[in-house]
Design a protein around this ligand. Structure first.
Ligand SMILES: Nc1nc2c(ncn2[C@@H]2O[C@H](COP(=O)(O)OP(=O)(O)O)[C@@H](O)[C@H]2O)c(=O)[nH]1
Ligand SMILES: [Mg+2]
Length: 418
């Protein structure tokens, strides 16, 4: 394997290091770890890039000597990708550089600056060393740096979080370790396979009880009401199963009227339940039906108390199944926030909407990975009922293909379109 190793003096093109004050001592920030100002001045940190962490560290040891201080290590930033997949920042240790700056690399760990005597720095270095060990463990088998870079680009375009991306990259690396030079197709397939392995799909409704009470919950405008109507057509009308529709939303203008109209069109009974007692009654009255679909209001973020009341009320319905409706178009960080907020409703599966509005899969895949909830349905448009499909890993495979197609066209960093 050919490994490109580059080196850059800290500050070259990177601008001056911003300063911060920690524990009363002025520190120069270098990203994930800090140096004392004295150390910074006497031992100029240097940045090394290579396609593997080991290669970058070896280069640092060769130049700065076996006592070199490790200050920072991790994957290279997107703008630095041309220099190598990984970057480490090191400074000269107490022993100074090896003779001529090119002594053979010494075995052993890079030393921590005990001389600084600063607890905060030592703690941070400890953490960094542990992170580095972990990275080295997962990413240092036999190397496939070029393919890792390609996989990393795909994950970034899909808005995967750093931690999830690292996990997936390590898995892809292990999977491809046996191949001499995996092509783009193999890399995409490995990545799609690793992502699919981490997402559970459970198409359809649980339907273990009769009546199956299915509640749709989620942020305002996520697509709860329209998904409910699509479900009613797909799971009840099309399969000739007796069903009823219940709205618990009498608060928003026209929200329940819209649903009442749909219920009338579908020939299904419609009930409005504004209190826990009314909801219990609605379920009891329709106990002989196969399916009761319950719509909920789209609570705002500042309506937590009200939402909690409704969550409690829904908990009183035995065996109810709650589908958490989340739009795929949310950025991953927003998606994870929404997931956290709506876990109040103890969802049993995810229903992902607005797949037609984004080609990114990072948001909903991260929500599924984070929550361990199965994904039940995908909604990819406004047409009722056509734009609802049973969820499957097919969407992962096609999404990664689409990104690759754009990468070939020279737009690798562009957000994939629908
Ligand atoms: N593009 C697109 N629009 C959708 C999708 N699902 C719902 N919508 C639209 O989003 C809007 C809000 O949907 P609604 O079901 O009322 O959301 P709710 O507030 O969660 O009940 C409506 O105009 C829907 O037609 C989808 O998958 N893709
Ligand atoms: Mg609604």
């Amino acid at each position: 394997m050919k490994e490109a190793v580059g080196v850059l003096a800290r500050g070259d093109g990177a601008g001056p290091a911003p300063e911060a004050e920690i524990g009363g001592e002025r520190l120069a920030e270098t990203g994930t770890i800090s140096l004392t100002e004295a150390a910074t001045m006497s031992r100029q940190p240097r940045v090394y890039f290579a396609d593997t962490l080991e290669a970058a560290l070896a280069q640092a040891r060769r130049e700065l000597g076996p006592e070199a201080l490790l200050l920072e290590a991790g994957p290279a930033a997107p703008g630095e990708a041309g220099r190598g997949a990984f970057r480490v920042v090191c400074a000269e240790g107490e022993g100074g550089p090896a003779a001529g700056g090119h002594a053979p690399a010494a075995a052993g760990v890079l030393r921590r600056p005990d001389a600084a005597g600063d607890g905060e720095i030592c703690r941070r270095l400890d953490r960094l060393e542990r992170t580095l060990e972990l990275l080295t463990e997962t990413l240092s088998a036999s190397g496939l740096p070029a393919s890792l870079r390609e996989a990393a680009r795909l994950l970034e375009a899909h808005d995967f979080e750093a931690a999830a991306a690292q996990e997936l990259l390590a898995a892809v690396r292990t999977e491809l370790a046996e191949s001499a030079a995996p092509g783009a197709a193999a890399i995409r397939a490995a990545l799609a396979g690793e992502i699919s392995r981490r997402v559970r799909f459970r198409p359809g409704l649980e339907g273990a009880r009769r009546p199956a009470v299915v509640v749709l919950a989620g942020p305002p405008g996520a697509g709860k009401t329209s998904s409910l109507v699509k479900l009613a057509m797909r799971e009840a009308v099309a399969r000739r199963r007796p069903a009823a529709i219940v709205s618990t939303d009498s608060f928003r203008v026209a929200a329940s009227e819209q649903l009442r109209t749909y219920a009338a069109i579908l020939g299904l009974p419609f009930l409005l339940a504004e209190t826990p007692a009314a909801l219990r009654l609605a379920v009891a009255e329709n106990a002989t039906r196969d399916l009761i679909l319950v719509d909920t209001p789209g609570f705002g973020r500042n309506e937590r108390e009200w939402a909690a009341e409704w969550a409690e009320m829904l908990d009183e319905i035995p065996g109810r199944e709650t589908l958490l409706v989340l739009p795929a178009s949310l950025r991953t960080a927003e998606m994870l926030e929404a997931l956290k907020w709506w876990s109040l409703f103890s969802p049993s599966a995810l229903l992902i909407t607005r797949l037609d509005e984004t080609g990114r899969i990072g948001g909903w895949v991260s929500a599924a990975m984070e929550s361990s909830l199965p994904v039940s349905y995908f909604s990819s448009g406004q047409r009722i009922p056509e734009d609802l499909e049973a969820a499957s890993e097919h969407r992962i495979w096609t999404a990664l293909e689409a990104v690759r197609a754009r990468a070939v066209a020279g737009r690798a960093s562009a957000v994939p379109g629908p």
